[in-house]
Design a protein around this ligand. Structure first.
Ligand code: ADP
Ligand code: MG
Length: 625
């Protein structure tokens, strides 16, 4: 087959330019990227070997050859290799999906960095140091090899090639040595980079090192990396930089991890491990409950990545490795779930993570708040998923509050609670600003009560379930009767409302006649001060937030009927009551606008904006007369 020429996807070319010229300030890391890919390829080949013993017989190796005269550096592996299609897919299409959106979304200084972190475009870093790159690959189990050539300027060529065994060879035609005098054909330069970034790689990295013999230079192969699993080394011996590099290798995350948890259990089941909390949430964490990033090793040998059974779903933000002596090397994904050893590891890991988070909350509030901002939403899912640990998660949960800026814990709230208060007052809704401005809070705030403001989808479920924290109930203040104030205060309010009922009746009837299709009930209320009206969820139906959420996810939901509460101490409402009694025809416009306003405050959308505007204009004209 003749050589064929291809264009990188358009967004890919832009990305290439951005990367080569600006993003990677540290050029050395091209080598770490290539070694990391080679290591992955060897892992994959070894796993194939577990299921087919014919493939198991090979000596895994990453080989680096320097050629000073030709100014080339060659990195090869005898890993799984790539087919022609895979070369096109993986190297011809940078960053698969989402690149364009990302490029358009943020052109901030670190947009490129984030992109690399999120999508892993490691291979392209070779163009920082190379004028031209040539890759030859042969996939395990095939006889055909292919050659990819590119100068990183928007096109690449593909052609047939020869390769003796499966694996991949990448030849870098290096740019002239940099201004810093750095020469990537120099032995010590390469040694240093490997030591610094790739020492823990489990496969041997072999370099042709120089030997002087009778005044002549000869070469000899030498394994450069120690291949020691980082989680098996005592923490005191491992430098922060090594941990960072390991995290990078593991996650492809550009940012430093927020925190680290070492696992070391001995007993009926013994295992070691190293987990990290990333500093930012990956883009798909919330949508994808199956996202998960724990690698499973058995006796230091990589078995699989994204092993979901090692950690509960609500801790899926953790990244890292778990390594056990007690599992069999050919354990498969299917049997993991029912494996008693895995269950023990999971429980113990979960316990360790809880303990770590508690400690972080106590000792480093800033870091903890960062953690919570990124992953609190996910952890909170556990409150409804895992009864046993709900108390532990509530203890770790942070909330926004009407009493202060920033986050508060439930135990801090409890300490501030008024003695007469029956529960922890909460209000759930769409966003924090809407909540702070909610009419439902007016009376409570006047009484000096503190309300927690909750904006995550799972919060509603937590409230609906009537969760308790240390025997104090979480109470939804948007519920039928919020326990606000003292016993005596409440008695007084009830009596007041009772007395008003007859005078309120005509207004209630007119409102239901007009808005009966969207309202289940209309009630007199004292929970507001300056606002005339608010909307509440009916206890019979789905909540407003839930309804919005389902719609947003494209589900058909019947419009849920709500309850309209009218502030019977508000002059407007008092006038409306009078108008209803007098059977005033203008009442309809007022009621319709009042309802729409309440809807807007909830973050809802008005069913008929045209008629809303018309009615409002009519009322404004009326006011000016
Ligand atoms: P990432 O490693 O984050 O996926 P890269 O740009 O480093 O991104 O590599 C893209 C893909 O190309 C890899 O996921 C892998 O499928 C393939 N690849 C790269 N190098 C090799 C290699 N040496 N052997 C086999 N496949 C490779
Ligand atoms: Mg890579």
């Amino acid at each position: 087959m003749a050589e064929e020429k291809f264009h990188f996807q358009s967004e890919a070319s832009e990305l290439l330019r951005m990367m080569i010229h600006s993003v990677y300030s540290n050029r050395d890391i091209f080598l770490r990227e290539l070694i990391s890919n080679a290591s992955d390829a060897l892992d994959k080949r070894r796993i194939e070997g577990l299921f087919n013993s014919e493939l198991a017989d090979f000596t895994p190796e990453i080989r680096i050859v320097r050629d000073r005269e030709a100014r080339t550096l060659t990195v090869s592996d005898n890993g799984i290799g790539m087919t022609r299609e895979e070369i096109v897919q993986y190297l011809g299409t940078i960053a698969r999906s989402g690149t364009r959106e990302f490029l358009e979304a943020g052109r901030s200084d670190d947009a490129g960095e984030k992109l690399i972190g999120q999508f892993g475009v490691g291979f392209y870093s070779v163009f920082m140091v190379s004028e031209r790159v040539s890759l030859v690959s042969r996939k395990l189990g095939t006889n055909d090899a292919f050659r990819f050539d590119s100068d990183g300027e928007g096109t690449y060529t593909l052609a047939d090639a020869e390769r003796g065994e499966c694996g991949t060879t990448i030849t870098l035609h290096l740019r002239p040595a940099g201004e810093d005098g750095k020469d990537y054909t120099d032995e010590w330069t390469i040694r240093d980079i490997i030591k610094k970034y790739s020492d823990f790689i489990a496969w041997p990295i072999v370099l042709n090192v120089s030997k002087r013999q009778d005044g002549r230079e000869t070469f000899e192969d030498q394994t450069i990396n120690s291949q020691k699993a980082i989680w098996c080394r005592p923490e005191a011996e491992v430098s922060e930089e090594e941990y960072r590099e390991f995290y990078r290798h593991l996650t492809h995350d550009w940012k430093e991890p927020l925190s680290r948890v070492a696992l070391n259990a001995e007993g009926s089941v013994s295992f070691r491990g190293l987990l990290f909390i990333p500093s930012e949430a990956p883009f798909d964490l919330f949508m994808n409950p199956k996202a998960g990033g724990i690698e499973l090793y058995v006796k230091r040998v990589f078995i699989m990545n994204d092993c979901h059974d090692l950690i509960p779903e609500y801790m899926r933000f953790m990244r890292g490795v778990v390594d056990s002596e007690d599992l069999s090397l050919n354990i498969s994904r299917e049997i993991l779930q029912d494996n008693p050893i895995i269950r023990v590891i999971r429980r113990s890991t979960q316990r360790k993570v809880f303990a770590h988070l508690r400690k972080l909350l106590e000792t480093d509030r800033t870091a903890y708040e960062k953690f919570w901002t990124a992953f609190g939403r996910v952890l909170k899912e556990g409150i409804v998923q895992d009864r046993e640990h709900a108390p532990a998660i509530l203890e770790l949960s942070l909330f926004r509050s009407t009493a202060q800026e920033g986050w508060t814990t439930l135990s801090a709230y409890r300490e501030r609670m008024k003695p007469e208060q029956e529960g922890i007052l909460c209000l759930a809704g769409r966003d924090i600003d809407a909540l702070r401005a909610s009419p439902k809070l007016e009376r409570l705030i006047e009484k000096g009560l503190e309300v927690l403001l909750m904006t995550d989808p799972v919060d509603e479920v937590i409230l609906a379930e009537g969760q308790e924290f240390e025997s104090v109930k979480l109470v939804d203040v948007a519920g039928d009767s919020a326990p606000a104030g003292t016993e005596a205060e409440r008695k007084l309010e009830e009596e007041k409302l009772k007395k008003l009922e007859p005078a309120f009746e005509p207004l209630k009837k007119r409102t239901l006649d007009l808005l009966g299709n969207v309202l289940e009930d209309v009630r007199p209320s004292l929970r507001m001060i300056s606002s005339p009206a608010c909307l509440l969820d009916s206890i019979n139906g789905m909540s407003f937030q839930m309804e919005q959420l389902m719609r947003a996810m494209g589900q058909e939901v019947r419009q849920q009927k709500r309850v309209l509460e009218l502030n019977v101490e508000h002059p407007l409402v008092l006038r409306l009551m009078k108008m209803a009694e007098d059977e005033d025809a203008r009442l309809e416009d007022f009621l319709a606008v009042l309802y729409d306003q309440a809807l807007i405050l909830e973050g809802g959308t008005i069913a008929d904006p045209a008629s809303f505007v018309q009615r409002l204009s009519a009322l404004m004209a009326l006011a000016l007369q």
